[in-house]
Design a protein around this ligand. Structure first.
Ligand SMILES: [Zn+2]
Length: 349
């Protein structure tokens, strides 16, 4: 077993292909082709059959001899043009196949920013950038003092989140924070599920700004007793209870999974009498939720109902057992720091 991502392997394979392409180019007498350019040619022609690839190679090399100063991007476009001429149906099939994997991905960075990446059709990408750019240029011509890049980013947020202004508060941000932080009596960080901890001041700012932005900022306190006590006769979790469990768990409860929660799962299955309650509920990612159907994978609640944190015992098909503990709610810090001397911080229990 490799015990690592397949990505390096894919890269190695691609480099090997690239070297092959470089060798191929040198054989036919093109000396100034570097690895990067060889890689472009390999990638753009990878879906072609061998005979077509040879024809494409020959056409590309002719083109390079004719236009030796082509930039990498221009080269890629030339190769694509040649490929479309050779087999436009295959090219269409390749686009369709790639587009089936369209998606949006979000990743939080350590400095408090985050990247939202959408993989969409190229013409949609062009439409998005043209629309954002036109609006940004108009704002600049009207005296907007932000940089063009800042305006584009702000418009991106406004349009995707449906906000009147990028500095407003998101339509719905789940914010978990201790009552003391809300009241300004403590600077214990709040938490936004899917992002992680946020500074206490920012949590308070989000709440203060929320009525002005006419948005619903759901406030969930660490001591929401009535929600904890909720129990339902239904086999599916009512929305409030499901939301609570997702906020309690924040990430998939499978040990080491780390994915955000997508589904609320009965730890003891409803079909064998498991109740629909906070105690018998857990947040899982989509993949792990389907995996619970495995006959030899067992989840059992081991914590007592009112004892925090919520804990389950996960027994894998191979027989190994792990404790899965919900993260501690904000407001009960295990670590507190006091300044004992100027510049010297000491941890107290
Ligand atoms: Zn998972």
């Amino acid at each position: 077993m490799r015990r690592s991502s397949t990505f390096p392997f894919v890269r190695h394979a691609s480099v090997r292909l690239t070297l092959a392409a470089t060798a191929r180019a040198r054989l036919v007498g093109v000396r100034d082709i570097n690895e990067r350019r060889a890689e472009i040619i390999v990638n753009e022609t990878s879906h072609l059959h061998l005979a077509e690839r040879r024809a494409a190679d020959a056409a590309v090399l002719d083109k390079l001899a004719e236009l030796p100063c082509l930039g990498d991007r221009a080269l890629a476009e030339e190769v694509r043009r040649i490929v479309y001429r050779l087999d436009s149906e295959a090219a269409l099939r390749r686009r369709e196949r790639a587009l089936r994997d369209r998606h949006v991905r979000a990743r939080a960075s350590a400095d408090g920013t985050g990247e939202v990446t959408g993989v969409v059709a190229d013409w949609q990408m062009a439409a998005i950038m043209a629309s954002l750019g036109a609006r940004a240029d108009l704002l600049i011509s009207q005296g907007d003092e932000r940089t063009r890049a800042q305006i584009l980013a702000d418009l991106y947020v406004e349009r995707l989140a449906g906000l009147p202004g990028a500095s407003g508060v998101p339509v719905m941000v789940d914010l978990v924070l201790p009552v003391e932080t809300l009241l300004g009596e403590s600077d214990e960080p709040g938490e936004v599920p899917g992002i992680g901890p946020i500074p206490a001041d920012l949590a308070r700012d989000l709440i203060d700004a929320s009525p002005a932005a006419r948005t619903a900022l759901r406030r969930l306190f660490a001591d929401t007793d009535h929600l904890v006590a909720m129990e339902s006769q239904a086999r599916i979790f009512p929305k409030d209870l499901a939301d609570f469990i997702k906020l309690r768990d924040r990430r998939c409860r499978t040990p080491w999974c780390d994915a955000p929660t997508r589904h609320t799962d009965h730890v003891e299955d409803a079909t064998v009498g498991g109740v629909t309650s906070e105690h018998n509920g857990q947040g899982l990612c989509a993949f792990c939720n389907y995996a619970t159907q495995h006959p030899r994978l067992r989840h059992t609640v081991t914590s007592i109902a009112d004892l925090q944190p919520h804990t389950t015992l996960v027994t894998t098909p191979a027989g190994a057992s792990y404790d899965s503990r919900a993260p501690a709610p904000p407001g009960n810090p295990a670590d507190q720091f006091i300044q004992t001397h100027p510049g010297v911080w000491t941890r107290i229990a």
